[in-house]
Write a protein that binds this ligand. Structure first.
Ligand code: GBH
Length: 479
């Protein structure tokens, strides 16, 4: 019981990874330095009306220049692992051809710094920032993009494969496919249902091709993974129509990825639901499913809030609806199931994103995966919350709501472990306040506050709380 805390629950397993996560475009800045060229997110953010307040990732949290200080901060917090992503256009500006050494050097220095601090680097190859040149050539709806991704994976394995023991091919391909090409609230901002499904398949294919390449190149003990934002789907009522709505959203939100990756096939019901949108027979070629289902060592799970759905309602019930994935768009990301209605769960607290706070959803998600894919190790690769943080006159950032959120969700992980789920680690989203995509800098997810005017970092009360949890390897009991 370190720091005067008594563990309220059993300690976490020895070697459990205590981490925090970021993504390149959200924190690095230095958008045009050392040969980096625009990704689809640079283009999108610089297009008026796409991102709140016209914010861009040009400077972001300036992590590109401050990574040494940021690693020192991680060390003070006691993190045992750090999940970051690589900016594709920093290391391969056009998405084709030779790598840029200055770009690779940044990731060599970052990973060296982490290892020197005793922090395990966990690298994500793709967190939504496709080279603009590849988008101009058709983007993810085009099959060749998957091959470009495999080449890029080979470059990164060659550059930092000797020092990164854990790799994630991509983060939340659902967002890339359906928010990027369906609802258009994410880059590249296209609103074409057929393109969104084509993108989903090519993202799956890119994942599989990258796994093949990494397996061939990396040391044999390297652990390979994929991170998904699995929607914890719940029907609004116990009626058959709402169960059908939940099935459809589970298909196009979850099983479109877990099906081919973990079970080697697209689910029949998904193919039926979307048969009018895309010609699956033309899209999926011989051998694709074998490539996509190449075994992974670990599944990354990002969880923030559950997803409550109902059948289309004949009339307005007055119940509060959820705008979530639709954002400011008139277009639905739920290709083939556009008329399903999303609801906010009642009686639950909400974060500054208006997302319901429901730790049971994380428990259910982990247990569902444990039941359906026994033997597949899991990792919570993102979990966290935005609140309206501010610096007090004394220079402190007190965020009791975030502490409660983290405590509740870590307790859910602990319960899942007790019930037999093989959860290997937890990564708080995010280490730093950062560029929250279409919301720009208006939403703060960090455990560490960033004063963007000065780039000063101020660990929030939740960061100190998390450091205590890590030190104790368990959750604190009541004071
Ligand atoms: C993650 O995305 C990202 O990996 C990370 O970069 C980001 O900063 C962080 O979370 C916080 O947003 O059910 O239609 O309403 C999470 C993206 C947002 C995707 C909520 C699903 C709900 C869609 N998720 N969204 S809907």
């Amino acid at each position: 019981a370190a720091a005067g805390h008594t563990a309220a629950t059993a300690p976490f397993p020895t070697g459990f990874a205590w981490g925090a996560a970021t993504a390149a475009y959200q924190v690095e800045g230095a958008a045009a330095e050392d040969g980096r060229t625009p990704s689809i997110w640079d283009t999108f953010a610089h297009t008026p009306g796409r991102v709140r307040n016209g914010d861009t990732g040009d400077i972001a949290a300036d992590h590109y220049h401050r990574f040494r200080d940021d690693v020192a901060l991680m060390r003070e917090l006691g993190l045992t692992a750090y999940r970051f992503s690589i900016s594709w256009t920093r290391v391969q500006p056009t998405g084709r051809g030779p790598a840029v050494e200055r770009g690779l050097d940044f990731y060599r220095r970052l990973t060296d710094e982490l290892l020197a601090a005793g922090i395990t680097p966990v690298a994500t190859l793709y967190h939504w920032d496709l080279p603009q040149d590849l988008e101009d050539a058709g983007g993810w709806p085009t099959r060749a993009t998957a091959e470009r991704f495999a080449d890029y994976a080979a470059i990164m394995a060659g550059a930092i494969g000797d020092r990164v023991p854990m790799w994630t091919t991509m983060n939340e391909p659902w967002c890339s496919a359906f928010l990027g090409y369906g609802s258009g609230v994410h880059a590249p901002g296209r609103t074409d249902p057929a393109a969104s499904l084509r993108a989903a398949h090519h993202l799956n294919l890119a994942h599989g091709r990258a796994v093949e390449v990494l397996r061939d190149t990396l040391p044999s003990d390297a652990r390979l993974s994929l991170t998904l934002n699995l929607h914890q789907v719940r029907p609004l009522t116990s009626g058959a129509a709402d169960a059908e709505a939940a099935r459809r959203i589970d298909a196009v939100g979850n099983r479109v990825f877990t099906g081919p990756v973990l079970d080697g096939a697209y689910p029949e019901d998904l193919l039926a639901d979307t048969a009018r949108v895309v010609d699956w027979g033309e899209l999926v070629r011989d051998g694709d499913l074998a490539t996509i289902s190449h075994p992974i060592d670990l599944l990354g799970v990002n969880y923030y809030t559950p997803t409550v759905v109902s059948a289309p309602e004949a009339e307005d019930t007055g119940r509060e609806r959820f705008h979530g994935g639709h954002g400011a768009s008139d277009h639905s990301p739920w290709t083939g199931s556009e008329d399903v209605v999303f609801h906010l769960p009642e009686r639950l607290g909400r974060t500054a994103m208006d997302w319901a706070i429901d730790p049971d959803g994380l428990y259910e998600l982990l247990m569902g995966l444990h039941r359906e894919h026994p033997g597949l190790p899991l990792m919570v690769t993102e979990n966290g919350a935005a609140f309206d943080d501010y610096v007090s006159p004394e220079g402190r950032v007190d965020d009791p709501e975030r502490i409660a959120y983290l405590h509740g969700h870590l307790a859910a992980v602990r319960r899942a472990l007790d019930a037999g789920a093989d959860v290997r680690g937890y990564f708080l989203w995010s280490l730093l306040d950062n560029f929250e995509w279409a919301y720009g800098y208006s939403k703060r997810f960090g455990a560490v506050y960033v004063d963007y005017a000065t780039q000063r970092r101020i660990p929030k009360a939740s960061a100190h709380w998390y450091a205590d949890v890590i030190r104790a390897n368990g959750l604190p009991g009541p004071a």
